[in-house]
Design a protein around this ligand. Structure first.
Ligand SMILES: [Zn+2]
Length: 256
């Protein structure tokens, strides 16, 4: 009798575990890492990660066998609705701070691609990347650029005309400035609404990044959820964020 009960428990456990694994597997989403500043002095504020820690994080990614791909490549994979390998990671950084140059050097050592989302009207201001910096990394590394609007506008509170300008003109201005196509945007503070989604798609963007915000936890190509990476993310914490299952266990925040 005891043996029979044990056997039944074991079978339930195996079937349950199998279903759990299937559920986990079908909810996989490739991790998109979100950084801002790379300055040791600013750790704790500005969502900053020190260059030393960033370097360790990149080494961890390599050691664990993950493949860093450009955001636009991930967007194409998601659009193609093909089976997505479970070892991918994308690296993004918002705002275009000058200290990103340190991170770009590290990325270059590893040969990793990344994307920096630039606030067009901040380019060349104090503490921000200038045109020469940007031209340098576009020509010499695998780091590309995307729009983070003209003025870091909180889009859900932006009126119709300005919304159009922030979304479209930022794209066009960057394209003219650096003679390339800009097809990805990241929403400042992750904020968006239905008007934003429509405008972004009409402006010709391939995909767009939010933070951990969305209308639902479904994968939305114009509101890709990103995972904030901090100074403390090493070892098991970083591994969890890399796994592709991190988003399943956190609640998506309201988009606006
Ligand atoms: Zn920002």
């Amino acid at each position: 009798m005891k043996k029979k009960r044990l056997l039944i428990s074991l079978v339930i456990l195996i079937i349950g575990g199998g279903f759990f694994w299937l559920w986990l597997y079908s909810n996989y989403s490739p991790p998109i890492f979100m950084y801002h500043a790379f300055d040791k002095e600013k750790v704790g504020t500005y969502a900053s990660v020190s260059p030393e820690t960033f370097s360790k994080q990149m080494a961890f990614i390599r050691k664990r066998g993950y493949k860093v791909i450009p955001l636009r490549e991930l967007c194409a994979l998601l659009k193609g609705k093909k089976e997505i390998p479970h070892n991918l990671v994308v690296i993004t950084a918002d705002d275009g701070y000058k200290d990103n140059l340190k991170a770009i050097e590290i990325l270059d050592e590893f040969g990793y691609p990344a994307i920096i989302f630039l606030v067009v009207n901040k380019i060349g201001e104090e503490d921000y990347l200038n045109r020469e910096d940007i031209r340098w990394f576009l020509e010499n590394t695998n780091v590309s650029i995307g729009s983070h609007t003209l003025n870091h506008a909180y889009l859900p509170e932006t009126d119709k005309q300005n919304l159009k300008t922030e979304i479209r003109n930022s794209k066009v201005d960057l394209e003219k400035m650096f003679s390339l196509s800009v097809d990805v945007i990241a929403y400042p503070v992750g904020g968006f609404d239905n008007r934003v989604l429509e405008e972004v798609e009409n402006a010709g963007y391939l995909c767009a990044c939010a933070t951990n915000r969305g209308f639902s936890s479904d994968l939305d190509i114009f509101a890709l959820r990103r995972i904030k990476i901090t100074e403390r993310d090493l070892g098991i914490r970083l591994w969890a964020k890399l796994s592709g299952f991190y988003n399943i266990f956190r609640k998506v925040k309201n988009p606006y």
